[in-house]
Design a protein around this ligand. Structure first.
Ligand code: 3PG
Length: 305
């Protein structure tokens, strides 16, 4: 069996070493396509692969069309909005993710970004502290839980909205459950987004919600750019000189936002939430185990299609 790791944004070497060991111990062959610059390279590389491991790389219907041997694709990470699930299913290809494996890295970055914003982009000037402020968490999944835990360490009050998580679980973890999304925005000095990008959530972070946030609000996005209504974000920032936006995924309108609002907006050059050696090892090795276990034994845990 041939397993292709195709990563436009490569894993750390230590993760590749671990993936190779898992594949070779299962008598498989590992192929690597790293830092590719054109999708045609992926078309070529995937042609004889039985298993495919990717990060945010787009696995489109065209990629699937070029993958005549492919049986399983694993997104080494949480969000699988980069996989065309319908195209996978149509060809009988199983799609999986590796939930939780890179959560700590993303959560640490969310807190780091928050600090960067409340300390004037690490430049001179009086900032504010996180202690005593209220942090709202939208979606209390793997990342949201860690963000909440870290924020409590800073002495923040933490609220969370997640219709899929029982209130009892949040309460037992010292988090205040909020059942009305508007209330979450109304009460949160800082708000950290952890919802996936899908048809329901795209552009759902809009004017109606953002305009409710208290004076000095900061919105932190380590999730996906598509969940933000950028026209509405622009409007809120225009109306509110106190409002800040920090994102690990550059908005389409970043240049205009930067020009108009300067240091009230910050976005990383390339999504880096999961860019730690630890997260690469956790997600990469989990993906390798999942591919091998599926190809050898038909185990399909964390299947998403
Ligand atoms: C995820 O969904 O797991 C994160 O967005 C990480 O994405 P990456 O593997 O492209 O860094």
């Amino acid at each position: 069996m041939k397993i292709l790791v195709a990563t436009e944004k490569p894993f750390a070497k230590i993760a590749i070493d671990g993936i190779r060991q898992i594949v070779e111990e299962a008598h498989g062959e590992l192929a690597l396509l790293e830092a590719y610059t054109d999708v045609s390279q992926l078309y070529e590389a995937v042609a004889d692969a039985d298993g495919l491991i990717v990060r945010s790389d787009k696995v489109t219907a065209e990629v699937i069309d070029h993958a005549s041997h492919l049986k399983v694709v694993v997104r080494a990470g949480a969000g699988y909005d980069n996989l065309d699930l319908a195209a996978c299913s149509a060809k009988g290809i199983v799609a999986m993710n590796t939930p939780g494996q890179n959560s700590n890295a993303v959560a640490e970055l969310a807190l780091g970004m928050m600090l960067f914003m409340v300390r004037n982009n690490f430049q001179q000037g009086t900032g504010t502290e996180l202690k005593g402020k209220t942090l709202g968490i939208q979606a209390y999944g793997h990342v949201g839980c860690v963000v909440a835990h870290l924020a409590k360490g800073f002495g923040m009050e933490v609220l969370a909205f997640d219709p899929f998580v029982p209130a009892d679980k949040m309460i037992s973890e010292g988090i205040t459950p909020i059942t009305d999304l508007k209330e979450l925005y109304r009460r949160s000095n800082y708000l950290s987004l952890h919802i996936p990008a899908n048809e329901k959530t795209k552009k759902s972070v809009n004017y109606d919600l953002l305009s409710l946030m208290p004076e000095g609000a900061c919105l932190v996005n380590t999730a996906r750019k598509e969940i933000i209504d950028e026209d509405d974000l622009m409007r809120v920032m225009e109306e509110r000189p106190d409002f800040k936006y920090v994102s690990d995924i550059a908005p389409d309108s970043l240049d205009v936002l930067k020009e108009k609002f300067g240091e009230r907006v910050f976005a990383t050059a390339k999504k880096m939430g999961a860019e730690t050696a630890e997260a690469n090892v956790n997600a990469g090795l989990a993906a390798a185990h999942q591919v091998v276990d599926f190809l050898n034994d038909g185990v399909d845990r964390f299947r998403v299609n």
